[in-house]
Design a protein around this ligand. Sequence first.
Ligand SMILES: Cc1cc2nc3c(=O)[nH]c(=O)nc-3n(C[C@H](O)[C@H](O)[C@H](O)COP(=O)(O)O)c2cc1C
Length: 189
Amino acid sequence: MEIVAIMGSHRNGHNTQKALDFFLNQIQGSQDVHIYNVNKIRVEPCKACDYCIPHQGECITKDDDMTDIYQKFETCDLLVIASPVYFSAFPSKIKAIIDRTQMLYNLKDRSIIKQKEIAVIAVGGAPHYPRQFQAIDNTLEWYKKSLNCHEIGFVQFSHTDEVGTMENEKSLEALKDLGQLVNEFAKSR
Ligand SMILES: Cc1cc2nc3c(=O)[nH]c(=O)nc-3n(C[C@H](O)[C@H](O)[C@H](O)COP(=O)(O)O)c2cc1C
């Protein structure tokens, strides 16, 4: 099974990356895992130039890491989005990847994009408040459609500025359950 994971925190080795690693460690067997750490790749913002409308399946920006990511988005079986919230929304680096998915949104024939599962891990430093992860959910609504994704889980970690992701037993349990689900999914393939 091909798994693509995006680590969206601007800090390496902090709460988001730890939660993502924990989740990926639950997945058994020799899966083909590609992790994109936003701090280690270069993704230019979408230029909103509409080049991808007449040039179906092509983005005008061809010399950054999105070229490889587009290809993985088309073929992977599971996409994992792990991100903190900054001002209750996606941070800018991962948002650039999401915005560049406009090229796939604009495809007239989206059948080249494999039907896939998506798992979301969202991290917020503040104690839980209403709508802490609402913008993440809203943003992913069209993103999931563009990528032919079916959501299998949305695990939230609040209050991480005081209680790190590795100390949040309840959310870690949810990640274990999600890992189990992925394992069953992988076995049934
Ligand atoms: C620019 C910025 C804005 C933030 N805004 C929010 C916010 O609106 N709500 C929240 O719960 N946490 C907010 N935080 C806290 C982060 O979500 C929190 O520190 C999280 O653990 C960061 O992920 P990391 O530990 O993987 O770096 C913000 C942090 C930064 C740097």
